[in-house]
Design a protein around this ligand. Structure first.
Ligand code: ADP
Ligand code: MG
Length: 342
């Protein structure tokens, strides 16, 4: 067989295989884009578990008319421009392939209006070369991405979709994680026109407590102690509690590194070790914790979906975390009001 350049659409569909696993991954990419655009209000509409429709609207910076086509092109991003930028990533996105990938495996319409622009415009792509079309539209300041018929042209992928209920469950979990990481942003989630989550901006301790109760259950919100410590350039904040395992609710175990939710073996190990002395009577570690460290000390460019990070000083991070959480737990044991003060 002779060597041929793949058509743009096919190349993007192949890339989509890594970024777009299921409707929940689409929702993740779209919300992350909204957050990167500085949105404070994000509205998510889902139909039929996301297979029929996923629409995310935000009040962020918007995309200028003459950049709409670029936004839909692969390897086009406003977030990094040099290899140096890759050394310290401050945005959630940076690969510049989410919109192009999603657009190649669904019917995607992007509508946007930056505040400085009079008119809103919408764009979508066509054909094997994915040329962008654009036309005027009506839209307030911000952006809406409307995706319908996900995987309509990739039957192999479509076959792997589960029931609407299951797919929506994954979407809800994704929204929950992101909502935990950004109390300063309001989120609304609807499924088949029914309001499922309504989370107003939570800037005061009381409002944060309310959001925590909504997302993690009132039991966790009541029991959990607050932690906020900083040393050696690391900052750890959040809530933690050794809780009685609850049969009907998944464990509250959320760990964020520089704003991204992570499932990291090393960190999980540090936490399990820290909680160990307290895990009696079938208690399990529960936590919502946010670790911040200098961006150049973590590499997020490990996996296209960015589930993983690599720490440059893994051992040090592990030991620091273990120590802080264990101290926190000890302090609470000696004086239950101790952790509440911070
Ligand atoms: P990445 O997020 O990696 O840059 P994407 O394909 O997700 O790549 O998005 C491409 C570009 O489109 C972004 O860099 C950004 O400039 C723009 N963009 C996407 N979504 C939004 C949005 N909701 N608001 C403003 N700009 C957006
Ligand atoms: Mg993105």
């Amino acid at each position: 067989m002779s060597i041929r350049q793949l058509p743009v659409e096919l190349a993007n569909q192949i890339a989509a295989g890594e970024v777009v696993e299921r409707p929940a991954s689409v929702v993740k990419e779209l919300i992350e884009n909204s957050l990167d655009a500085g949105a404070t209000e994000i509205v998510i509409d889902i139909e039929a578990g996301g297979r029929k429709r996923i629409r995310v609207r935000d009040n962020g910076s918007g995309i200028a008319k003459d950049e709409l086509a670029l936004a839909l092109a692969r390897h086009a991003t406003s977030k990094i421009s040099t290899l140096d930028d890759l050394e310290a990533i401050y945005s959630l996105g940076f690969r510049g392939e989410a919109l192009a990938s999603m657009s190649s495996v669904s019917r995607l319409v992007l509508t946007s209006k930056p505040a400085a622009q009079q008119q809103a415009w919408q764009a979508w792509t066509n054909g094997r070369d994915m040329q962008a079309q654009i036309e005027p539209a009506a839209h307030p300041d911000g952006t809406t991405i409307d995706i319908s018929d996900l995987f309509f042209n990739t039957p192999a992928r479509r076959k792997f979709l589960r029931t609407d209920k299951t797919e929506f469950g994954h979407i809800d979990e994704m929204v929950k994680r992101i909502a935990l990481s950004r109390f300063d942003v309001s989120f609304q989630l609807r499924h088949n026109q029914q309001l499922v989550r309504q989370l107003p901006i939570a800037n005061t301790p009381k409002q944060r407590q309310q959001r925590l109760a909504k997302l993690c259950g009132s039991l966790f919100a009541e029991q959990a102690q607050r932690i906020s410590v900083e040393s050696q350039g690391y900052h750890l904040e959040g809530w933690f509690a050794p809780s009685a395992g609850c049969r009907h609710q998944p464990d509250v175990q959320y760990f964020f590194v520089n704003g991204r939710m992570m499932r990291d073996k090393l960190l999980a190990h540090a936490l399990r070790q820290a909680y160990e002395p307290w895990l009696i009577d079938e208690k399990v570690p529960t936590y919502v914790l946010f670790l911040r460290l200098p961006a150049e000390q973590v590499d997020v460019n490990v996996h296209p979906a960015k589930h993983e990070v690599r720490f440059h000083q893994a051992r040090q991070v592990h030991d620091w975390l273990l120590q802080q959480v264990r101290h926190g737990l000890q302090a609470v044991e000696q004086d239950p009001s101790a952790a509440l003060v911070t």
